[in-house]
Design a protein around this ligand. Structure first.
Ligand code: KG4
Ligand code: ZN
Length: 342
């Protein structure tokens, strides 16, 4: 089989990343320069600072990715790049770099949807995984249950009606004084706690919708914290974290399995930053086993934003002939499943 080498670039939020990926499955390099330490002191990502940092880092990171892969630009078959959704200023930096390289080196440009990239992270570690499957994509900006019927065909079966799952983690962590980003910090505390200590709500819609809603849960946690403080009582931090986390995980797992049953697929996958959550991974594994389904998830570093996942998705777009023009623009609100070339 001939090899297709993709140089991929991802700058949609606060990681500047470049990777070299072969045939959508094999990572030769995956350089991730995180800005988390810079944004931490503001309690979240500051878009203008993110763009400026991307400008500083994007070319060194791309060079490092090529060097580490020992691949020369001439050996690259296509340049894959995230063009949405994300922060517009941040997206534009990666996109401009990708267009410049594609033009100068005479290589095709492949625009990739960020969420499609998160889903494709699963191909990097699970050689046997092929569509169809149902994927839960849970990140700081998105909570989607997606039916992946083919490499390029996505149907959103459920999505959040308010906060994304990662956003809920981040907001609750802030209220608990844990810092940013909240997901990993709550995950660590929760391991020491009792997930049944506080009964927080799980929202399911009566109309059979597989949508999520986390704002009620967020309010319930905030009310609980206020109530305790008004009574002059200390909270048990690990118990609150474990109980909150369990409430999020329960709805994520149950809607994903319902979606898989509806589509008659026997494979479920996890993607996005929240997919790094230890309780989500173990609960989904148990539920999938019970339902006789196979379960897939990328290792934590491939769950959060990285360019290797963009390289995997770009490969399947490229193979299908989905090459973008050099007039490709950043689309901060791009929806999954929208045509992404041209
Ligand atoms: O996919 P990602 O890196 O960026 C977006 O595209 O949004 O996801 C970041 C989100 C943050 O909200 C972060 O708190 C959450 O993923 N996250 C986690 C964990 N690790 C990252 N949430 C729960 N548990 C974790 N271990
Ligand atoms: Zn992401």
């Amino acid at each position: 089989m001939s090899e297709t080498v993709i140089l991929a670039i991802e700058t949609s939020c606060d990681e500047t990343s470049a990777a070299v990926v072969v045939n959508g499955r094999k990572i030769l390099s995956n350089i991730i320069s995180s800005q988390i330490d810079i944004h931490k002191k503001f309690g979240g990502v500051v878009p203008e600072i993110a763009s400026r940092k991307h400008v500083e880092l994007v070319l060194p990171v791309i060079n490092q990715a090529l060097e580490e892969a020992t691949v020369k630009l001439e050996q690259v078959d296509a340049i894959g790049v995230t063009y949405g959704p994300g922060l517009v200023g941040a997206l534009l930096v990666g996109l401009s770099a990708a267009k410049g390289i594609a033009f100068a080196a005479g290589k095709p440009l492949v625009g990739v949807h960020h969420i499609e990239g998160h889903i494709a992270a699963n191909y990097l570690e699970n050689e046997t995984l092929e569509p169809p499957f149902v994927c839960l994509v849970a990140s700081g900006g998105h909570s989607h249950v997606v039916h992946v019927s083919d490499y390029n065909i996505f149907e959103i079966m459920g999505q959040t009606r308010d906060d994304a799952a990662g956003e809920a983690f981040d907001k609750i962590a802030r209220a608990l004084g844990l810092g940013y980003p909240g997901g990993p910090l709550i995950d660590i505390e929760a391991v020491k706690g009792n997930s049944k200590a506080v009964d927080f709500p799980r929202v399911h819609f009566n109309d059979g919708s597989l949508d999520f809603s986390f704002s009620g849960l967020k309010t319930a946690v905030l009310n609980y914290l206020n109530g305790m403080s008004q009574k002059g009582l200390e909270i048990n931090l690990p118990d609150v974290c474990a109980s909150f986390q369990q409430a999020v995980v329960d709805v994520l797992v149950s809607n994903t399995l319902k979606a898989a049953r509806q589509k008659g697929v026997a494979r479920v996958a996890l993607a996005g930053g929240v997919a790094a959550n230890s309780q989500l991974r173990s609960a989904m594994k148990m539920a999938a086993e019970k339902a006789g389904m196979e379960m897939y998830y990328p290792k934590p570093i491939l769950c959060t934003d990285n360019a290797a996942m963009i390289g995997a998705a770009a490969y399947y777009e490229f193979k299908r002939g989905n090459v973008s023009g050099l007039d490709l623009n950043a689309k901060p609100g791009l929806r999954l499943g929208d045509k992404n070339c041209g």
